[in-house]
Structure formats: structure tokens, C-alpha cells
Design a protein around this ligand. Structure first.
Ligand SMILES: [Zn+2]
Ligand SMILES: [Zn+2]
Length: 154
């Protein structure tokens, strides 16, 4: 599915063609909490080679934390996507930056749930993990029968 995304002020626009477009992983880690300014974040996943910045590349700014890079708009601060040196082929667009309508799910996987702020209650059903889950985003797509397979066999 072709996903189109943008920051709040519309200075930066991007698109990515990806089979992993279900917004199924909710993250409560401190990085997501602080950087995105909310109690929960959701990323989709794609291949870095398929990510195209279609507008405002000069406004795109990178914040590096350990092996991860967070790309955001330097004008409005919107989080756009993450990359990780450990998986240099991949990228994780922020589902909230995607303008294309994403499919609705009956359940989500909740990761780093032990770091969730006490004032926030998880409302969506689905498995909860203290840290990262044993499955990747593409595993959930496959195991929950969503989208295309990436060809890997478990
Ligand atoms: Zn912006
Ligand atoms: Zn997180």
C-alpha cells in the first residue's frame, strides 16, 4: 500500500510503499513518550529504500539516540519516522504522520507497557509486553493474517 505522510505544518511530505501498513504496535517507551508528546506512539514499517521525501527535505532534521535516528520537521517538531543502525534496510514511519487512511484493527500489540504513564489506561485489547514483544511488526502482520507476507518463514 502506498502511504503518504506529512508533518503538522506541511513543510515536509513523504511517501512509502509498504506491505506493513497496519497500525498494530503501540509503544509506551520513554523515547516515544517524550519525543511525540503523548502516552502512546504507533509506528508502521517499511524499507528505507522505499521511503521518499517528496517535499521539504531541507526542513527534515535528525535526532540521534544511541543506534536510532528520529526524523522530524524542524519547523513544527512533528515526528515523521525512525531508523535504526541494527536494521539499516528498514524504517518506521510514525502512524500519526500518515495522511492515508490506515486500516482499523480489533486488537493491538502493546510494547514497553511497563513504562506506560500511570495516568494513562490501555483501552485497546491485545497482548501486552513489558519490553519489546517476541514478534516484529511483520510477524504480527503474518500471524494475524494481515497484508502480504514478506517472504520470510518462521
Ligand atoms: Zn512541519
Ligand atoms: Zn517507543
Amino acid at each position: 500500500m502506498l502511504l503518504k505522510g506529512s508533518c503538522y505544518c506541511q513543510a515536509v511530505r513523504f511517501e512509502i510503499e509498504t506491505p506493513w501498513y497496519y497500525p498494530l504496535m503501540y509503544c509506551y517507551c520513554q523515547f516515544c513518550l517524550k519525543c511525540n508528546g503523548g502516552p502512546v506512539s504507533c509506528n508502521v514499517k517499511g524499507k528505507k529504500a522505499d521511503l521518499k521525501i517528496t517535499e521539504g527535505e531541507d526542513q527534515l532534521t535528525i535526532y540521534r539516540i544511541r543506534q536510532c535516528e528520529r526524523a522530524f520537521c524542524r519547523l513544527c517538531g512533528s515526528s515523521l519516522y525512525l531508523t535504526d543502525d541494527r536494521w539499516p534496510q528498514d524504517c518506521w514511519p510514525n502512524a500519526a504522520a500518515i495522511d492515508t487512511e490506515l486500516p482499523v484493527l480489533e486488537q493491538q500489540a502493546h510494547i514497553y507497557a511497563k513504562f506506560k504513564p500511570s495516568w494513562y489506561t490501555i483501552h485497546t485489547p491485545g497482548p501486552q509486553f513489558d519490553e519489546y514483544s517476541e514478534w516484529w511488526i511483520e510477524d504480527f502482520h503474518r500471524e494475524w493474517g494481515l497484508a502480504e507476507s514478506d517472504g520470510k518463514q518462521r
